[in-house]
Structures are given as C-alpha cells and as structure tokens.
Design a protein around this ligand. Structure first.
Ligand code: SAH
Ligand code: SF4
Ligand code: F3S
Length: 581
C-alpha cells in the first residue's frame, strides 16, 4: 500500500508532530580527527567486561539483548565511569519521523556529549551511526529497513579497513520491533527505545567492548528527561522546540504511538520554564511546546500546585482514561511560558480537540505572544469512522469546538490531520470528510492514507478499503484542502502581517522568507526598510527579526508581500489582518 507524504507541510514550524520527509542530520561542528577507533575503551574495561557476567545473564530468555534499566544497573559491572567512554568518538545522527524525534535527537546528543562523544555531519567520519526512527506508517518503517541495508553494507566494508562503526536504532521503531530488528539486522549493535536514551553511553560501551548487541527498550512511567537540556539546533537559533510531555494515553484505534512511546507523563513546569528562559537569553524568538497531546499537560510534581481540579473536557468530548485531577494545567503552563519573554512567539503542537477549555482559548486570544494558530486534528468528518477510530468526539462536537474557537479567537488559523480509507470507511463517510474540510477552512493540512499497524484496529477491524480507493480518496481530500487553503489565505491579501524572518528564500537569493503569526510562509524582496514604522532611516532585514509585511498575493501554501519596516512583538498591536489594513 502506498502512503503519501503530508500535504502542505512545507515548514518545520507547521503543525502537528511533523514528519520529516528526508532524514535530518544535525550536527555540531565536529572537530578532532577520527584517529584510532575504539580508543575510548580502556584495557581495564575490556578485562572487566571479559570477566563479568555476559549480557545473556541479565535476561530470562537467551537471545543476545541486554535489557537493562538505569535504575537497576548502578551496581553493574559496567560502572558509571566506564560508561563514560565516548572519548571523542564521533556520532552521526539521522532523524526520521515527527518533531518529537528531532527533540529526542537533541536529548540523546546532550547525553552523549556529556560523556565525551563528538558529533559529525559526515557519515564517513562516524564511529557511531544512530538512526532516530518512526513507526507511524508502514512506509516510515520501510525507509529505515532500506537505510539499514545500506548502512550494514558500509559497516562490512569498514570492518575490512579496520575502522569499525557501530550502528544504533533509537526511537519508536526500536520500541516496536525490538528483537525483530536485532535478529533480522544482525549488524545492529544498539537498540534504545524513547525512554532509554540515558542508557545510551552504557549500551554503546557494552556494544563496543563486548562486541555484542545491547538494547534497552523499557518504557517508563516517569521519564521526561526533565534535567537534560537538549542541545538545540534551531534554524540558526531563531526557533526552538521544547518538549513538555511524553507518551499518549488516548489509544486512537489506528495509532501506534501509545505503544511506542508509552503512557502520558508531563515534564515538571520548573524545568520547562528554565529551558525557555535559557532559550530567550540565547535570543530565540519562537518556541514550540511539543507533545503527543500537549493540551492535556498536567504537572502534579510540585506540591504547591496540587489542587483538586479535574480536567474539563471540551463540550461533547470523552476519553478512554479517567479525568486527571490536580496539578498545573496546560493553560497555567502556557500562561507562565508566555510571560518569560513578551517578544518571543509561543506555539504548541500537537493538541487534541478534547482538551480546549475556554481558559486556554481566552489566553491565546488575549496574550500577544501566543500565536493565534491551532492545530486541530480531525482525522475524519464521519461519525461512524470517528467512532471506529475511538477519537472520543462526533463531527458535531468537533464543529461546535471550531465555532467556539473562532468566536473567542476571530483571526485564528486552523490546521488539521486526516486519514483516508480507514477500516469500514464508505464513500458516504468520505464525502462527509470532504464537507468538514470545506466547512472549517483550514490553511494547513496533513493528510494520510490509512496504514495498518498492530493496534486495536488491527485486532478488531478490517482494513477493507482497497489501496486504489484509499489513494483516490486521499487525492480528493488534498484537492479540496488546497482549494480551501487558497480561499483562507486570499483573505489576508491587503493586510499587514507581523513576520518573523527565517532567512533567504530557498527559491531566490533576492527574496527573504518568514512566518506570520498564523504560521503562513511569506516571501518578500530582500531590501532595507525603515528601522521602525514611520522612521526615515533604514536597515537591512536579518533572520530572527520581526518585520511588518504588506501581503500582496496568496497561494495555497504561501503568501507574497513587501516589507514595510522593522518591528517587534511588543511594539505591534495584536496581529489582526483587518487591524492593519
Ligand atoms: N498526537 C498527534 C500526532 C499523532 S501521529 C495527534 O494526535 O495529532 C500524527 C498523525 O498521523 C495523526 O494525527 C494521524 O493523522 C496520522 N496517523 C497515525 N496513525 C496512522 C496510521 N496508522 N495510518 C495513517 N495515518 C496515521
Ligand atoms: Fe496517536 Fe491518538 Fe495519541 Fe495522537 S492522540 S498520538 S493519534 S493515540
Ligand atoms: Fe513520532 Fe513516528 Fe514515533 S510520528 S511519536 S516518531 S511513531
């Protein structure tokens, strides 16, 4: 079955937990030459490993994996010191999947960097290759299998030249396929699930010294990596992603995420605020709060916040789990984060439609620096399909929520996710999805053909929409989405928008590009503009600054305009298309 790349997901800032169509290889400038391989492994460590228990001794059934949990390994023969054996070995990362994986890459890197590893952007220089993987659809996994074949061929060649390389699989696919990965791909050395990155130095040391496969795919109820400040690789330091929670409890029937990332848990508010403060000091101008269901955030870790209030769901919404009680809610977090730096834009993704109480919407409406842009994954416009998907709402409840959002935040930009061809979807169901897309008027969409995973739907439902029909329906959704996005974007032509400049446009060095508050991409000529509205002296426009741009034309994926003056969030009234007309 063919799955399709997300439509209109031109930017990393857009939308949900975004998928990377190409692997990301982010790197710190790697210094030091590759030198002698495995130099970090001392002789004494080798001796210790040789005389200590074997990996098999730690698990009940034989195969080759070492299943360990940090908490339980402190006494192990691999002492902390010996786990520190990065010793300038170079790590090369490739990141697939959603934005959470980009953030996880930075967490994994922060952990390895602390242990003395270096990072390289050059695969040929790497001593360790780590793939941060995704399992959301079949195609995502196929991409990794294919990549592994190439890497294992490279590994064999490198063995011959006496410059061995270790290969590690991290993230969701490591969690989902565990032994299958180790058995099928014998040359995979290390497996680490999303909650096991702290264990990476130890796993790598074990794989290097013992020459065996080492894995930790234990999921945790607590791990949020709260104390690990990820090494951010924001687009030239202007935007950054801050993870606020991990896992998901929603159990939508088609979705593998609850199985790969485990139970939902929130990162303590103090550690989130510390990271945002640090980013603000570094001059970051846009922070996106990340999680699988960001707006169900609840921090109950800090005693002073432990009230008794239960989660209020949006009207007409239900969950498969018990309402959360007490603690600091998403609206509290959003409030605190947005107060840190009034000139820093705040976004969040992905929220679930069930968790949009009026407090959250009012805060978005009132607070200047919280972007008036909401990702509202619908998945389908048909009640029958929504029920089979176990989304916990009806079409009517979703549309009521959209009305409420538009009432409280009149200039809101909405984006969404849809799945075409889910189990039992009829043509009539599909028509209802098209009509919902028309009715709401999103300006960004992520549309997918259903891909069977080993979830509730796999066990209980029939994947009965044939691939050609899935494909046709998907294409129809895309085409309606495009028409609607064009219509929605045309409405801002003639307005003046506050744009956060990203840099040169990819298509032309004569143009710059940036984003509106609603997260629409804007292209405009590179020219000096007034240092502030109505000033006579001018200055060049640089990435990371705000400018006011007059919008002159609009397509389904971007806007074109002309910069008027430099500006800032503080000096600009709440962005409102009409307000600047
Ligand atoms: N937690 C986020 C993102 C989850 S995965 C959310 O709920 O929005 C991102 C998107 O992938 C989902 O919204 C859904 O549209 C899509 N997706 C998930 N599982 C899928 C599957 N088995 N087949 C096709 N698309 C899927
Ligand atoms: Fe998957 Fe649903 Fe959780 Fe999103 S909310 S991650 S679609 S289970
Ligand atoms: Fe993200 Fe893919 Fe995992 S979408 S949460 S990396 S399955």
């Amino acid at each position: 079955m063919r799955t399709v790349k997300p439509f209109l997901c031109a930017s990393k800032h857009l939308a949900p937990l975004r998928w990377l169509s190409k692997p990301r290889n982010c790197s710190n400038a790697a210094r030091a030459s590759s030198g002698e391989k495995n130099k970090g492994v001392s002789d004494s460590f080798r001796r210790q490993v040789a005389s200590g228990p074997r990996f098999q001794d730690f698990i009940k059934s034989p195969p080759v994996t070492l299943a360990v949990n940090c908490e339980h390994t402190d006494e192990h023969y691999l002492s902390e010191d010996l786990g520190l054996l990065g010793d300038a070995r170079k790590v090369y990362f490739e990141t697939y999947g959603c934005q959470m994986n980009v953030n996880d890459t930075e967490i994994a890197w922060a952990i390895l960097q602390k242990k003395g590893y270096q990072r390289t952007a050059d695969l040929k220089q790497a001593d360790v290759v780590l793939l941060v993987t995704c399992s959301i659809r079949e195609k995502a996994e196929q991409t990794i299998w294919n990549r592994l074949q190439q890497l294992t061929a490279m590994k064999k060649k490198r063995l011959k030249t006496n410059s061995p390389v270790k290969i590690g699989i991290l993230g969701c696919m490591a969690e989902r396929l565990k032994t299958e990965l180790l058995e099928r791909e014998k040359l995979v050395d290390v497996l680490a699930g999303p909650d096991a990155y702290r264990d990476l130095p130890r796993l790598l040391a074990a794989a290097t010294a013992g020459g065996q496969q080492a894995s930790n795919v234990l999921l945790s109820l607590e791990e949020t990596y709260a104390d690990i400040m990820p090494v951010q690789h924001a687009s030239q330091g202007r935007s950054a992603f801050v993870s606020i929670m991990r896992g998901c409890d929603n159990m939508c029937s088609y979705c593998i995420v609850p199985f790969t990332r485990g139970r939902e848990r929130s990162r303590p508010v103090s550690s989130i605020l510390e990271e945002v403060r640090m980013l603000s000091e570094q001059g970051v101008k846009e922070v996106t709060l990340l999680g699988q269901n960001v707006n169900s955030y609840r921090d109950t870790s800090e005693v002073q916040f432990c009230g008794s209030e239960r989660t209020k769901l949006s009207r007409g919404f239900s969950t498969v789990y018990r309402a959360k009680q007490g603690g600091l809610r998403f609206s509290d977090l959003l409030d605190l984060v947005s107060r840190i730096d009034p000139d820093m834009r705040i976004r969040f993704t992905s929220p679930h439609p069930k968790d949009f109480p009026d407090e959250v919407l009012q805060l978005i409406a009132e607070r200047q620096n919280i972007c008036k842009q909401i990702h509202l994954p619908a998945q389908s416009g048909s009640n029958q399909v929504l029920k089979a998907m176990r989304r916990g709402y009806t079409r009517e409840a979703y549309l009521d929520l959209v009305d409420n959002i538009k009432q409280i935040i009149p200039d809101v930009s909405l984006s969404s996710d849809f799945i075409s061809g889910f189990c039992g979807e009829t043509d009539d169901d599909h028509q209802q999805t098209l009509s919902l897309i028309r009715e709401v008027g999103f300006n960004v969409g992520f549309l997918f053909a259903y891909s069977m995973r080993k979830t509730h739907a796999f066990h209980r439902l029939q994947d009965d929409v044939v691939p050609q029909v899935k494909q046709r329906r998907l294409e129809e959704c895309i085409s309606v989405f495009r028409e609607e996005a064009e219509r929605v974007n045309a409405a801002v032509v003639g307005s003046t928008q506050l744009v956060l400049v990203e840099g040169e446009s990819k298509r032309s060095a004569e143009d710059l590009c940036g984003r509106t508050d609603g997260n629409m991409k804007v292209i405009f000529p590179k020219e000096d503009v007034a240092v502030q509205a109505s000033a006579s002296n001018t200055a060049p426009i640089r990435g990371g600054g705000y400018v006011l741009v007059k919008i002159l034309s609009a397509g389904s994926q971007s806007l074109r305009g002309r910069a008027l003056s430099h500006s800032s969030l503080i000096s600009t009234p709440t962005p409102s298309c009409d307000g600047y007309k």
